[in-house]
Design a protein around this ligand. Structure first.
Ligand code: TPP
Ligand code: SF4
Ligand code: MG
Length: 350
């Protein structure tokens, strides 16, 4: 029987393939959203897929000796090498097919990395890969907001003020970590014109995520998807709340869902509803209070966090995506009319 390789958009849950290509046999924590990302990722891409994985929880916990949940071919790659592994594999397949050593068919190449491996250590390799338009590959960055596998160290994706093993809250210094999260998908979309698809997703919005993965693989060339993944161990909450926290991250406006296809930015899911004024953005306190990593926050910390998120929605050129603020005197020259766009509701005070 011929294997269906086209990847049409999924209209609703009934369209989601039954076939599981990431099954039992892994040892991720209960409630691990990153494991769910892996499952959705290969469900969306189908059986003609090669997965390459950087060191991290999704490598270590998924490849305990003699067991693995991967049904598709899988290979480990070095912590900062997801970009290089994706490009090298795509190039290798192309050569083998050109020489007639492999059947000429569409094989999806996906390399995943964590936030430590992708947003920090391997960012250069991902950037280089996104400039090579002749190779078809997807880099998926699963972001649990810490170097989780080595016991929750701070990364550039750890949110402002959060406790990690490298940023404990002390009596002299309440907040050890005061940097705002690096904007990886926005940065990559703004700087890589040869990449035709770059997106931000979350497994709590499974169909939205699977469709982004399918678009990335169907459009061709090097593409990138960044997911925000609640991690019960690192974020310190009961595993049953992973999906709820994913929803809250989006509903509070902290993690906007969007895709940039051929240079056109499209907000998706609840992010679009908030931007259109059809849904009220929730106060960030709703999200922060549910996690032990923010338990040391006092009112002024919550207020600072809220003010930064508000700025993303009110001042940024594209809410949550492009962090430029255009001064009033230049808005007409740049054809920007902020007043015509109701970007946010007034946030409630926490
Ligand atoms: C070059 C290199 N430095 C350090 C390590 C040790 N190490 C293994 S996994 C890991 C954490 C990776 O964090 P991240 O990429 O965010 O993935 P996560 O563990 O959070 O899933 C580290 C530091 C390594 N394997 N290779
Ligand atoms: S530490 Fe976090 S990312 Fe790692 S397996 Fe556990 S829940 Fe998943
Ligand atoms: Mg991580």
């Amino acid at each position: 029987m011929a294997i269906e390789t086209a990847l049409p958009q999924i209209k609703g849950v009934k369209d989601v393939p039954y076939e599981e290509l990431f099954v039992s046999g892994h040892r991720t924590c209960q409630g691990c959203e990153s494991a769910l990302v892996m499952r959705h990722m290969v469900k969306a891409s189908g059986p003609r897929t090669i997965v390459l994985g950087s060191t991290g929880c999704m490598y270590v916990a998924n490849t305990t000796y003699y067991t693995t949940p991967w049904v598709v071919p899988w290979m480990h790659t070095q912590l900062g090498a997801s970009g290089s592994a994706a490009l090298g594999t795509a190039a290798g397949l192309k050569v083998l097919m050109r020489k007639g050593k492999l059947k000429d068919e569409k094989i999806n190449v996906i390399a995943f990395c964590g936030d430590g491996g992708g947003a920090d250590m391997g960012l250069g390799a991902i950037s280089a890969t996104l400039t090579h338009k002749e190779y078809n590959c997807l880099v998926l960055l699963y972001d649990n907001e810490s170097y989780a596998n080595t016991d929750i160290q701070l990364s550039s994706q750890t949110p402002y003020g959060a406790v990690t093993t490298f940023s404990p809250s002390g009596s002299k210094k309440r907040l050890m970590h005061t940097r705002w999260k690096k904007n990886v998908p926005g940065m990559l979309a703004a700087g890589h014109p040869e990449s035709r698809f770059i997106a931000a997703g979350c497994a709590a919005y499974a169909v939205d995520l699977m469709n982004k993965i399918r678009k990335a693989l169907e459009i061709g060339g090097p593409t990138f998807v960044h997911t925000l993944d609640p991690c019960p161990k690192g974020w310190d909450y009961h595993p049953q709340y992973s999906q709820e926290l994913g929803h809250l991250a989006v509903e509070c406006g902290i993690w906007p869902l969007y895709e940039v296809m051929d240079g056109v930015c499209n907000l998706t899911g609840p992010t679009r509803q908030i931007a259109e004024g059809r849904k009220k953005r929730k106060p960030v306190y709703e999200y922060l209070k549910r996690q032990g990593r923010f338990a040391h926050f006092i009112d002024e910390d919550v207020e600072h966090f809220q003010a930064q998120v508000d700025k993303m929605w009110t001042d940024w050129l594209i809410p949550g995506v492009i962090p430029f603020t255009v001064p009033a005197k230049d808005q007409a020259i740049l054809k920007i009319d902020k007043k015509s766009k109701p970007l946010h509701e007034e946030p409630a005070t926490a």
